[in-house]
Design a protein around this ligand. Structure first.
Ligand code: ADP
Ligand code: MG
Length: 812
């Protein structure tokens, strides 16, 4: 319609361009009118015809039009998302979420993914990898007109719950105009409730462990039609920590699916790719030729700082960045737990938050959302926050503890300087870590400079921490756990060029945490002893350490660590995901679409169970629940726990029953182990007291005997007493010490630092408790006997008295 134009207006002169229409000629006018009329008539006819077509057919035709364009995709020229043959629903979702132009990784991968190819995408942190796989996921299901009845069509696996949650939120945003159902399966919630909905879910975003639970236990979990598998943070998902879980999952997926892998530090391992049976994949390394592997807008520095100054450095840093949003990365949960509490009490002037794997899910989600909203805050976190999380406007990433390797470094710093924003990163290194870490970073093309800390600007908080600990025993225990946990994390690091626990000054470190005395670290003294024979180290780590590890499980420990600790995949995943989050957000775009054909599902049930059983078995091969293994010096296993304890547990009908409640079983075992631990602890405390009394008695007798002997001999006797009380019993390895006996506290704190003790035979420390008792006992017995005999000087009573008087006279 030519709106607003007067029909008989005279033609404009001298304007150039198109010749104005002559509206005075009636013949021409009629012809024009006729042409228009015919056009409109055809359009109306077409529309009428279209209206008669069922909606799905119209959609099918428009899909066909899109698919026809797939072969003409020209990624180089794509400037807007609409330059790709993408459905209107997706385009609208993108526009509404303010995504207009694709980023480089999106531009280069979307085309391949639409064409149905397997893709390995690598691009720096914050470069938009999430949309690079979400768009193809939506399009893939749209292309096939997937409905709720079709069940699971796409599976997106994330290494952590937070990342899965974030991806889910993004999917809800850009996919809201589609009618697919989507579910977040990240564990911690009622399995049954999830199981009931899972068969109607088209897109699942999950963590590996929870997914396997469902594959194993949810009969109606229909996975054979899966179209697309996505691994976000693929290198992490494929590393040792998740190996068995992923193998078990992949084994059960249909081979015909399309697979997309994304990460900032992509795996290139042929073995990994073979495991996923990729078909002729397209490798897209957006920044392969880039000078640096971290975002250009990120400024990176490091400082070298002694271990005992790190807490002061952190406090001083926070005090001088009160208006900033900061993430601080620590090596272990216990460090986060302790330092979070004391830093809150120190009132630095900015909100402090903590995110780690030992929190309940509610708390974790609350902290996550809280940190997103805040303009200035400091988040103390473990590596669960290292990968993928997209907190807006983070100014600083401070790595309080050295990252495990350069890849972890890259992911940690990637929490700032995201999508064109700027950011700063500071890495704190111990002098012993500097060289090894720097060469790794250089190799990975990380530009980082050293800066100095002005020692005058450091505020010491040690005295304040000491005061806090003096007031609260609970805090003191936290500090002790923090201490042990940090040392363990260093000890377990694979790269010994960077991490050397034996070079740490323990007493100073303890003092910097506010502890008057460094807690005894049993595994360290044993390792110290066995450094000469490295083969023994791995044995003793599995042994004595495992009982301490019970209360110090970490999330997202790198694979090798998990292997050393003997944790199985399921436990490992448990630590990462399952135990800690209690609520799962399972949301859908449109869930209320009627019931699924359960009958059809149940027909396929037996076949699935067999497959899942196999998957489960892979895990079970490594399944150990709180097993304590102790090795003798010769490397033989010592049976510490009565086998009755475990066999007495009524076992669920193992492989015959579909859907064993693994969580319930694990919980029960844990409770029973706790009970057993308590009894064991009581027994040890009693034994220890008895031993102490006997030793004190013996010591008194020895002392009185030594009045009659050479003065130097007393020195030799003393170590028996010291070692006896110290080495035989280590309360830090037992659970709930405060609940059972006050002595545990005493033991932990009053035990003098290892270096200050006299231990003439401390070599026996690698023995098991029983062994040690025996060894010490056998050496002790003759002495006790000697001490308990009446002192025979070979003189008469009167002569004895005279001798005693003489001796006393000499002393006074
Ligand atoms: P990566 O997975 O590569 O670390 P994300 O997918 O988390 O990066 O995206 C990083 C940030 O960039 C997010 O805040 C996201 O909303 C934003 N983003 C992603 N793609 C686009 C785009 N095409 N246009 C604008 N912002 C984008
Ligand atoms: Mg990402």
């Amino acid at each position: 319609m030519e709106k607003g134009k007067r029909p008989n207006a005279p033609p404009k002169k001298g304007m150039g361009g198109k010749k104005p229409t002559d509206t005075t000629d009636p013949v021409k006018n009629f012809e024009r009118w006729k042409k228009k009329y015919d056009k409109t008539k055809t359009r109306v006819k077409q529309e009428k015809r279209q209206k008669r077509k069922p909606e799905w057919l119209v959609e099918k035709e428009s899909i066909q039009r899109l698919v026809n364009k797939y072969n003409e995709i020209n990624a180089q020229d794509a400037v807007k998302f609409s330059d790709f043959p993408i459905s209107k629903n997706t385009l609208r979702g993108l526009m509404e979420a303010q995504y207009r132009q694709p980023t480089e990784i999106q531009r280069q991968t979307i085309g391949f993914a639409l064409q149905g190819k397997d893709v390995l995408g690598a691009a720096k942190t914050g470069s938009g990898k999430t949309l690079a796989f979400l768009i193809p996921v939506l399009e893939c299901l749209y292309r096939q007109q997937w409905t709720a009845m079709d069940g699971l069509g796409a599976l997106i696996i994330s290494p952590t719950r937070e990342l899965a949650y974030q991806t889910f939120e993004m999917l809800r945003k850009v996919g809201k105009n589609h009618e697919f159902s989507a579910g977040l399966i990240i564990g911690g919630k009622d399995l049954k409730n999830e199981s009931e909905k899972i068969h109607r879910t088209n897109i699942i975003i999950c963590t590996p462990g929870r997914l396997l639970h469902h594959m194993d236990g949810t009969a109606a979990f229909h996975i054979s039609d899966l179209q697309m598998l996505v691994l976000d943070e693929a290198d992490r998902i494929l590393d040792m920590g998740f190996a068995d879980t992923i193998n078990a999952i992949v084994e059960n997926l249909p081979k015909t699916r399309q697979t997309l892998l994304f990460s900032a530090t992509q795996t290139k391992s042929v073995k990994d790719l073979a495991r996923l049976s990729l078909k002729d994949p397209e490798y897209v390394w957006v920044h392969e030729k880039a000078k640096f592997s971290t975002p250009a807008t990120l400024e990176q520095n490091y400082v070298v700082c002694e271990l005992h100054q790190k807490v002061n450095l952190l406090f001083s840093f926070i005090r001088s960045h009160l208006q900033k949003k900061v993430i601080v990365f620590f090596a272990s949960c216990k460090e986060v737990q302790y330092l979070f509490r004391v830093f809150c009490r120190l009132r630095p002037g900015v909100p402090i938050l903590a995110l780690h794997g030992k929190q309940q899910q509610m708390k974790r989600v609350e902290v996550y959302n809280d940190f997103i909203k805040r303009k200035n805050a400091v988040l103390f976190a473990t590596d669960i926050a290292a990968r993928g999380l997209d907190f807006p406007a983070v100014n600083w990433v401070l790595q309080f503890d050295c990252p495990e390797d350069a890849n972890t470094y890259i992911h940690r710093v990637g929490r700032t300087a995201r999508y064109k924003e700027g950011g700063e990163a500071l890495l704190v290194l111990l002098p012993s870590e500097e060289q090894g870490m720097l060469s790794q970073l250089q190799e990975k093309k990380v530009p980082i400079d050293r800066i100095q800390v002005n020692p005058d600007k450091l505020t010491s908080v040690q005295q304040k921490l000491e005061a806090f600990l003096a007031q609260e025993t609970e805090q003191k225990e936290r500090a002790q756990r923090c201490f042990v946990s940090y040392l363990r994390s260093v000890y377990l690091m694979k790269n010994k060029d960077v991490f050397d626990v034996f070079r740490l000054r323990l007493q100073e470190y303890a003092a910097s945490l506010g502890l008057a005395v460094a807690p005894r670290v049993r595994f360290l003294s044993k390792a110290q002893k066995q450094r000469v024979d490295p083969r023994k180290i791995s044995e003793q780590v599995v042994g004595p350490q495992s009982d301490e590890e019970e209360e110090d499980e970490e999330e997202l420990q790198p694979g090798p660590k998990c292997t050393i600790l003997g944790a199985d995949e399921e436990d490992d995943e448990d630590l990462r995901d399952l135990d800690l989050l209690k609520v799962v957000r399972k949301d859908v775009f449109s869930l209320e679409k009627g019931d699924q054909d359960d009958e059809e599902m149940s027909k396929k049930k037996p076949e699935k169970e067999t497959k899942y059983k196999e998957a489960k078995k892979v895990l079970k091969r490594h399944f150990q629940v709180n097993t304590k293994v102790v090795f003798t010096e010769e490397g033989q296993v010592v049976q510490q726990w009565p086998p009755l304890q475990r066999t007495a547990v009524p076992q669920p009908e193992e492989d015959h029953t579909p859907g064993i409640n693994v969580e319930e079983a694990r919980e029960r075992l844990r409770r029973e182990d706790q009970e057993f631990d308590k009894l064991e602890y009581r027994r040890k405390v009693k034994e220890k007291h008895r031993e102490k009394r006997l030793k004190e008695k013996a010591a008194r007798r020895d002392a009185s005997k030594q009045h009659n002997e050479e003065p130097g001999e007393a020195e030799e006797v003393e170590p028996y007493i010291e070692v006896d009380s110290g080495e035989e019993f280590d309360p830090s390895t037992l659970p709930d010490p405060d609940k059972l006996h006050n002595d545990s506290e005493e033991d932990n704190q009053s035990s003098p630092p290892a270096e200050t003790r006299k231990r003439s035979h401390s070599d026996s420390s690698s023995c098991s408790d029983e062994e040690e008792e025996e060894a010490v006992g056998s050496r002790k017995r003759p002495r006790r006997q000697a001490a308990s005999l009446p002192l025979d000087t070979g003189l008469s009573l009167a002569e004895d008295e005279e001798l005693v008087m003489h001796l006393l006279g000499n002393r006074s």
